[in-house]
Design a protein around this ligand. Sequence first.
Ligand SMILES: [Zn+2]
Ligand SMILES: [Zn+2]
Length: 258
Amino acid sequence: MDPKDSILIKERILKSVSKAWTLFLDLIFPIECLGCGREGVWLCESCRKTLRMNRRQYCLDCRKGSRSGRFCRHCRPGHHLDGLWIVGDYEQKLLAELIKKFKYDFIRDLGEPLGGFLLRFLRGRLFDSLKEGGGTEILRTFQETLIIPVPLHRRRFNWRGFNQAEVLARTVGGYFRLEMEVASLERTRYRRPQAKLGGRRRRENVRNCFAWRGEDLGGRNVILIDDVVTTGATLDEAARVLKENGAGEVWGLVAAKG
Ligand SMILES: [Zn+2]
Ligand SMILES: [Zn+2]
């Protein structure tokens, strides 16, 4: 073989080996923007701006539009939760990707951009309520609101290593300097994942799965934070337990409806 050819082959091998090595490293540490692939950040500034916030909220039960996010008059009696803010749209690929990576690939750092998404939404709500006056009770007395992340059962917590709702709640609560309670609402029952169950079964599946270990809430309003909502059964059951223990209004704040 011509020595020139042999050098060329060697170079090619080296190149492909180093390419494979880089790919391997990227698999382990692939910190790049989920939107555009830019290296070094999970979500770059320009992609962050493309995350769409829901302008309109709706009643989770009947889908009728609701300006405030409160359950409509017709559906309200069936709920312990007063209302729900669904910040984004799961149909938006980038948001769905962020949530999936955060939740199922255990990338805790994604809690920062996702938590930021929630807090910008809430800030907008507060501005609107100040500007227009009135608004909902919970926004009028916002500074006294208690932030509670929807807890995981210990088994699931140990498996994932963190509670994704708590990571989001810390970002939101930290920004607004709201008091946060993470230990008092406990998930006492380990139930199979809800994804496979229909609405009514979900309600049965979550019944009595929370216990409150703290003091009486003395009428304080609560914002329950979670990453996604599906039927709202889990949030509603948490709200039931909180109200049994003295909570005032209980609202949910989630990144999207799954
Ligand atoms: Zn980007
Ligand atoms: Zn309704």
